[in-house]
Design a binder for this molecule. Structure first.
Ligand SMILES: *[C@@H]1O[C@H](CO)[C@@H](O)[C@H](O)[C@H]1NC(C)=O
Ligand SMILES: *[C@@H]1O[C@H](CO)[C@@H](O)[C@H](O)[C@H]1NC(C)=O
Ligand SMILES: *[C@@H]1O[C@H](CO)[C@@H](O)[C@H](O)[C@H]1NC(C)=O
Ligand SMILES: *[C@@H]1O[C@H](CO)[C@@H](O)[C@H](O)[C@H]1NC(C)=O
Ligand SMILES: *[C@@H]1O[C@H](CO)[C@@H](O)[C@H](O)[C@H]1NC(C)=O
Ligand SMILES: *[C@@H]1O[C@H](CO)[C@@H](O)[C@H](O)[C@H]1NC(C)=O
Length: 461
């Protein structure tokens, strides 16, 4: 009897302890902070888990009390989405390995996983999910709380808020969700639906999907396997091989069955089950924290060579968006200086991680001293180029233009509602630099940034 009781206690302690290593007290998998671009926005702003509409206005401390916000540009990534058709295929393959590639060795985890129902289908193809709708609605409300004089019903009614979207359905639906977030809020606050307000949006792939249109980028990097050779090398390197062996062990299948693609599919299943359905699925148990860091690095390596500092053309492909941004800032600053009303108070541009990463790179953010390579995983543990922090769903790059009277016109950048510092630009008097200094800092790009187009036969003729 006593023995049975002790045994019972042992089981409880052991299981509680085991659970504790897998998730925190809110049911969040401990590896959720390594999900790269498949991570939740809540992981980079944990206070939102308690209140999705909470804002911290103290992060927006203008250099002096007389500063007024005159313009906001928000470049936003779409919200939480389904996996793409290609990823769904890999997930299905992994699932069938679990179901019918046992070697007779028993694995408790494989048993659990064989009970799991594969519910992802190829036709989901990257569509926005309900959580993604919420991501954008909540962001809209928070931005209106952070910038009440700009993201306002009055400005909207006056046609001073402009929306732009990539043509992908997940982006268009994100744009609609953002707008719905605003209308619902104003409806609640004022008791009526703001009527007949100009509420259209423009679809613009030249700006929001420049990466498809920059010929040199497409040829030299996007369609060129040797441009991402470091990723291929890392996939065959000791760190990933060890992760694959550990997954195979946990599943009780021969390690040759777990290719890198299947390891990636398992990591994606864990991240999608969490982002889409908020469940800590058994797939997550295939990875301990060290494994997750390795998987995270493999993905960062890819982004680094395809969208980041790996090749100069990656960031140059975003020149068109860079110019669009500065043209608008320039216009707002000069309108205000000449005491005219700023004609575009807010611009909301909804695109992709692939839209934001090259632009942030062009501006010099998140640059480490050494490049990410297949052999420096260990020395890059403190890297700043970390997509898990930079690019969760609904990631947003905000540029706030202030008129500070005597203090001049100033520009503050924020990523995911947290202030950034323009690299190499430190204002002695204030944390927010003068707009003119920012312009000076980027003058070479302002004068000569473009995605060089290759001459075609037509042009030669
Ligand atoms: C708000 O931001 C400030 C400055 O970053 C920070 O010190 C403070 O802890 C934050 N408050 C909350 C509730 O997150
Ligand atoms: C493996 O399992 C899947 C899913 O049950 C099934 O569709 C497939 O036919 C099986 N494959 C083999 C080779 O047995
Ligand atoms: C996206 O928007 C379209 C058009 O409004 C709608 O038919 C579709 O159901 C939406 N999809 C999602 C996932 O919200
Ligand atoms: C592909 O990438 C490699 C490595 O960056 C480069 O040397 C080569 O010129 C690229 N090929 C093309 C067609 O641009
Ligand atoms: C899984 O088993 C099937 C036969 O049931 C086999 O055809 C397939 O190659 C195995 N998968 C792997 C990854 O070895
Ligand atoms: C522009 O600047 C003036 C003077 O600094 C300020 O009072 C005004 O609010 C600004 N105008 C707009 C439209 O924001």
């Amino acid at each position: 009897m006593k023995m049975a009781f002790l045994f019972y206690c042992f089981i409880i302690l052991c299981c509680v302890d085991h659970r504790a290593t897998l998730e925190d007290d809110q049911g969040v998998p401990l590896i959720a902070k390594y999900f790269n671009t498949k991570g939740r926005y809540e992981e980079v702003n944990p206070h939102l888990r308690r209140d999705a509409l909470a804002v911290n206005r103290s992060v927006l401390q203008p250099p002096s009390p007389q500063c007024r916000e005159i313009h906001l540009t928000a470049i936003v990534r779409h919200g939480t989405r389904y996996p793409t058709a290609r990823n769904v295929k890999e997930m299905q393959q992994l699932h069938s390995v679990v179901l019918n590639n046992s070697t007779g060795e028993s694995s408790r985890l494989r048993e659990i996983l064989s009970q799991w129902t594969m519910w992802y289908t190829e036709d989901m193809d990257g569509r926005l999910v309900q959580k993604g709708v919420e991501d954008l609605k909540h962001l809209a409300v928070r931005l209106s709380k952070l910038f009440p004089s700009l993201v306002s019903e009055e400005k909207l009614r006056g046609g001073l808020i402009r929306f732009m979207s990539s043509s992908k359905h997940r982006c268009v639906n994100s744009t609609l969700s953002f707008k719905e977030g605003l209308t619902e809020m104003w409806h609640t606050l004022m008791g009526f639906v703001p009527a007949d307000v100009e509420f259209g949006h423009e679809v613009n792939d030249a700006l929001m999907r420049f990466f498809d249109q920059c010929t040199r980028f497409v040829q030299e990097v996007d369609g060129n396997r040797s441009a991402v050779i470091e990723v291929q090398k890392f996939k065959q390197g000791p760190e990933i091989v060890r992760v694959r062996e550990k997954i195979a062990e946990r599943l009780g299948v021969p390690s040759s069955f777990i290719t890198h693609d299947l390891a990636e599919a398992a990591f994606l299943l864990c991240s999608y089950e969490f982002a889409v359905k908020a469940v800590n699925s058994p797939w997550c148990q295939l990875f301990d924290e060290e494994d997750a860091k390795v998987m995270e690095y493999a993905s960062d390596l890819r982004e680094f060579w395809k969208r980041g500092y790996g090749h100069a053309i990656n960031s140059r492909s975003s020149c068109i968006l860079f110019h669009d941004l500065f043209r608008r800032l320039e216009k707002a600053a000069s309108e205000n200086k000449s005491r005219r009303q700023v004609s575009e108070a807010v611009t909301v541009q909804i695109g992709h991680a692939d839209t934001l990463l090259p632009l942030l790179t062009l501006l010099g953010f998140f640059k480490d001293t050494a490049p990410l390579t297949s052999t420096n995983f260990a020395s890059q543990t403190q890297r700043s180029f970390r997509t898990s922090h930079m690019m969760p769903y609904a990631a947003n790059f905000l540029l706030v233009l202030y008129d500070c009277g005597e203090g001049g016109i100033r520009l503050q950048p924020l990523l995911n509602e947290k202030p950034l510092t323009f690299p190499g630009l430190t204002d002695q008097q204030a944390s927010i630099p003068l707009y003119e200094d920012v312009r000076q800092h980027y003058r070479d790009l302002l004068n000569g940034c473009f995605c060089e187009m290759l001459r075609t036969h037509f042009e030669n003729n």
